[in-house]
Ligand binder design. Sequence first.
Ligand SMILES: NC(=O)c1ccc[n+]([C@@H]2O[C@H](COP(=O)([O-])OP(=O)(O)OC[C@H]3O[C@@H](n4cnc5c(N)ncnc54)[C@H](OP(=O)(O)O)[C@@H]3O)[C@@H](O)[C@H]2O)c1
Length: 244
Amino acid sequence: MGKLDGKVAVITGGTTGLALAGAKRFVDEGAYVFITGRRQDALDEAVKQIGRNVTGVQGDAANLDDLDRLVDTVKREKGSIDVLWASAGGGEPALLGEITEAQFDTWFGLNARGTLFTVQKALPLFNDGGSILMTGSNASLGAFPGWSVYAGSKAVQQAWARVWLNELKDRRIRVNVLTPGQVATPMMEEVMDAEAKAQFESLIPRGQMGRPEEIAVAALFLASDDSSYVNGMELVADGGTTAL
Ligand SMILES: NC(=O)c1ccc[n+]([C@@H]2O[C@H](COP(=O)([O-])OP(=O)(O)OC[C@H]3O[C@@H](n4cnc5c(N)ncnc54)[C@H](OP(=O)(O)O)[C@@H]3O)[C@@H](O)[C@H]2O)c1
């Protein structure tokens, strides 16, 4: 028996990286998943890789019309949601003094504003007893130079999880934050050169970045009833980097 048998899960930003690994794991555990991403070709490839029990919905998680379309599709195809994993996110380095208005608006627009509206728009379809998880970042726990915009745009999630679980307690909907450390995904390839990667790896106790599958299993824990008594918490999966 799977840990998510019969459940419907919506995962934003699920066409590559750690959320794709999570989507595969959720399907292996019996869920039907909806994944999103902006690039149609990457979405098609991800749907092919997952292979069954999956619908790809093209869209930008920072765009409220796209989020409406996502929710409409889920409503039409499945009628309700048990698990929402708001994972679409990203960032780029910029030191204080060099941060542009556009960088602030882009990353707060996706990581903060986009996440809030993803949750809000999905809520009417949520079954009682469901689970909401958001992908944070251990950047918001550390003090990594150049990452203040990213860290700030992810840090809001902790506050939201606490307030929302209180607002949603009558529906027994749990809200948690999944906080990865450095994980070897396409995003990391994009934002880090070899030197930056080596520098980050030197901060990880085991000296090696996480694998997407190591985040997927943490997401499965928060999504499933295994974490039925875990609510409003931040699950940090960073190999101990921010504990040091
Ligand atoms: N990798 C890490 O070390 C790390 C560490 C801490 C936190 N995180 C967080 O984990 C999440 C996933 O990161 P990742 O490393 O797995 O990234 P990734 O490999 O680049 O994957 C990001 C996924 O999200 C999609 N995406 C990006 N922007 C989107 C948008 N505006 N709307 C909808 N989909 C969007 C991408 O597809 P399209 O480009 O086609 O849209 C892709 O499917 C992010 O929230 C990131 O901040 C990552």
